[in-house]
Design a protein around this ligand. Sequence first.
Ligand code: PEP
Ligand code: MG
Length: 544
Amino acid sequence: MTTYNGKGVYGAVAIGHISVYKRQSAEVTRVEVADKALELKRVEDAKAKAIEQLQEIYDKALKDVGEENAAIFEVHMMMLDDEDYNDSITNIIETESVNAEYAVSVTAKNFAEMFAGMDDSYFQARAADIKDISNRLIACLSDGGGAQETSDEKVIICADDLAPSETVSLDKEKVLAFVTAFGSSNSHTAILARNMNIPAIIGVGEEFLKAVNDGDFAIVDGFTGEVFVDPDEEKLAKLTKKMEDDIAKKKLLQDLKGKENVTIDGTKIKIYANIGSVDNIGAVIANDAGGVGLFRSEFLYLENDDYPTEEQQFEAYKKVLESLPGKQVVIRTLDIGADKQVDYFDLDKEENPAMGIRAIRICLTRQDIFKTQLRALYRASVYGNLGIMFPMITSVSEVKKVMEICDSVRADLRVEDIPFSENVEHGIMIETPAAAVISDLLAPMVDFFSVGTNDLTQYTLACDRQNPKIEPFVDTHHEAILRLIKMAADNAHKHGAWIGICGELGADTSLTETFLRMGIDELSVSPTFVLKVRDQVRKIDLSK
Ligand code: PEP
Ligand code: MG
């Protein structure tokens, strides 16, 4: 048995035979040509053919992995039309009087090196895209470029670095796993593998590719990033069990779709999802979340080069509400500052940004920005069941001011005859110890609390959430945090408000029973954790 280590990009186990990916691309040689115009025409024809193929791959990807992931093939079509890329090919043909294949391959090498040398890992990953489109172009020049044949048996595909189009072109039904010698977890191949739910390991190194052959028996453990070639009996038995357990667990979670979040003794809890963008709605629906407990609206600001307009925000909020009919959607007003800096806000540099001008503090000092967001929110409220939530609250006077501003925005809308819902719920985040301690005073002012355990932990334990070195000091189950949550829950209920948890701790299933016993009404977690938490809730018996 030989073990190779890489990085697992999709957690699952596959056991089977290896198929080494063979490219059709022939060796490119430099040939001097007399007819340069003919070579330029060949490039144009090959480009047209490559774009036709990419359109077919795009259509297949759209079906297999969805619009968001298929988009890369639109990018590839655009890259093929890129002026600099095409100028480079033309220049090489014209100045060196060489064949089109050679001009494309030199251009590919130069552009890929340029991307690979960039600091940003996103751009580094684009080197693979350049190689991909160029290989396709070269294949089209020699009349090829189709997908590779796979055997009838399901196999573990091993390659140096699969291009996105190669990944998608493979028949999904015949692929057990992907293992690549190179590649990054940011690459589209990794992203596509995750979306196709196929175990994948990247970066196992060149040695691996040199050592393996078609038909070798292997185990791919996408959880640990290990590949075992020719495994011994013991390893095979252990990993077979791991694979079966994983399949059973994933199936169980699928079986939980449509089921209630109810304990054995009949206590119910709402399980909602946290999102950061309109694009995440698909995941909310796919994972059967009861609603959205936290829409981090600041991403609308982070994605833009300038303040998003009222209209842009209105469209985004309306889309989320309309896409989730009947479901509650809690949108948090902008939480800019601290780790989420936006240049155009022109905020002063601060020694301690986590304790600086952030979130509600910006809204109260820059009310124009706040009012624009509130107008967009209220206008969107007629399209669904909206909750508005305010971050980083520390005092009664802040909530009072916030509510006054909300009143004035609604009054303006009334004057302008613009409709909004009268049933919008207003809530605050409990993410500072101060808010938890005075939750008896805050609860009568709002409809709900949502505990932001990420910041509550940072401020309670005085542990910067951005500093990895401090992790050994962070006890997420610290009694102080649990007591603050319990205090807020008791005070919320005393005053008729509901309380949820939207920080990461909400998905910690070792605390689900504790939260239920506190009377927490809602847990809002990443979409992919919804069914895991549901599974846990359904195993709990509070009568014991
Ligand atoms: C939190 O602080 O727990 C929270 C949900 O907000 P964010 O992580 O966006 O700061
Ligand atoms: Mg927070």
